[in-house]
Design a protein around this ligand. Structure first.
Ligand code: CO8
Length: 372
């Protein structure tokens, strides 16, 4: 068995941002237009009018202030309310692969590696652009990597679940250097015209290099002490988009074909699951939560993270559990990796940290690391 380290991380962030004010303005225009279109039914009492969204609500309920998106004009167009992407030919690099390559090159540079050093690529995200060939295989080719590649989807926990697969592959010797990449184009499956969730998501891509400790050369290395995954079925976060929709003769634009959730229930049910998961994982490794210098948590909701951290260590300061969702919003599986990418340089050799994601499934994944 080999000792395993995380030796580099990378981030691609799109050039466009949408502030809460811009988002709310477009949503409110959409609501007014819909209400005008259905004025007769609303007056007859057979249809509920749409209600305006508000910046104050969004910031208070979630902590989100803005989000990055790959394409802005389609999302903010009240007659459309989703991004506008040009279809690409089969011989062009696909959009998911393009942002994955950018984040991967950043991660490879920070690990002091090139594509040729990689012998496994795991593309892990909440949605894949197509059924096949696997996105990971296209990314593998674009980077000049060897070995094998495959795709994984565990919604917001995709990154930590993939890190476990990478760690196991390196530990047991089936790979030496694994790239885990998380291209999250959440704008494509977000319901931008639903007031309850139109503010939640943003686009981004993260990448992580997992390799054998004895081949790692980066100045910044994190020994992986352990990984733990858990799932428990719930319908409270769901998206019914899929390859059987056509055969079911269902409407491809129906509300259930994009992200939807019972946000309140998710909040209440996932906080105790996440806190108990982290505590149990640390206990089995012989550590108390108070011994952890930093928690890089999934970035869905500011209040949710504060509850998890208060349950674990009492102190929910940004130094213990940094937040990036004010800038990025919820980026599905990439959130905890962005927090790790942005907020680890100040830790000292020997410091313990936990990367933890939680989300649809339900799913929760934790990676306990120690600075080398
Ligand atoms: N503006 C103004 N008022 C609003 C708005 C709005 N935009 N939205 C709702 N309200 C109103 C409601 O109507 C309600 O009014 P009333 O009290 O009169 O009925 C009131 O505000 C309170 O509404 P809620 O109870 O819904 O508000 P909450 O305080 O629960 O906040 C949140 C809503 C922020 C969504 C919160 O519940 C939350 O964050 N929950 C956790 C969600 C979470 O973490 N989900 C994880 C999902 S991530 C995941 O797994 C990834 C899936 C795959 C990615 C998909 C990418 C597209």
């Amino acid at each position: 068995m080999h000792s395993v380290v995380i030796s580099g991380t990378g981030l691609y962030q799109p050039e466009h941002t949408i502030t809460n004010a811009e988002l709310v303005e477009s949503f409110n225009q959409y609501a007014d237009q819909e209400n005008a279109r259905h004025a007769a039914e609303i007056a007859a009492g057979t249809r509920e009018p749409l209600t305006h969204s508000s910046v104050e609500f969004i910031e208070k309920a979630s902590g989100i202030k803005q989000r990055y998106v790959l394409e802005k004009s389609g999302i903010l167009d009240p007659a459309r309310m989703y991004p506008r992407f040009a279809e690409r030919a089969d011989d062009q690099l696909s959009l998911m692969a393009e942002i994955a390559v950018a984040a991967s090159q950043d991660a490879l540079a920070s690990a002091g590696k090139t594509g040729a050093d990689v012998d496994a690529v795991l593309c892990a995200a909440a949605n894949m652009q197509r059924a096949y060939p696997a996105m990971a295989v296209e990314i593998q080719q674009a980077l000049g990597a060897g070995g094998y590649g495959f795709d994984m989807n565990v919604a917001c926990s995709s990154a930590t679940f993939a890190i476990e697969q990478a760690v196991n592959a390196v530990r047991t010797g089936s790979a030496k250097c694994v790239l885990v990449v998380n291209p999250e184009i959440t704008s494509g499956h977000q319901a931008w015209n639903d007031r309850d969730c139109h503010f939640i998501f943003g686009d981004v891509c993260t990448a992580v290099i997992v390799e054998r400790a004895d081949s790692a050369t980066a100045a910044d290395q994190w020994e992986v002490l352990g990984t733990r995954l858990a799932t428990q079925f719930s319908n409270n976060i769901r998206n019914n988009f899929g390859f059987l929709n056509r055969s079911e003769d269902s409407d491809p634009n129906a509300r259930d074909k994009t992200f939807r959730q019972e946000g309140r229930k998710v909040f209440k049910e996932v906080v105790p699951i996440a806190a108990a998961h982290i505590e149990g994982h640390l206990a089995d490794l012989g550590h108390a939560p108070a011994a952890v210098r930093r928690f890089w948590l999934h970035q869905a909701n500011q209040g949710m993270n504060q509850f998890v951290i208060k349950k674990l260590v009492g102190d929910a300061s940004p130094d213990v559990a940094p937040l990036i969702l004010d800038e990025f919003a919820n980026t599905a599986s990439a959130g905890s990796v962005i927090a790790f990418h942005r907020h680890r340089a100040d830790l000292a050799v020997g410091d313990l940290g936990v990367i933890c994601s939680f989300g649809a499934g339900y799913s929760v994944g934790s990676v306990v690391v120690r600075k080398r």
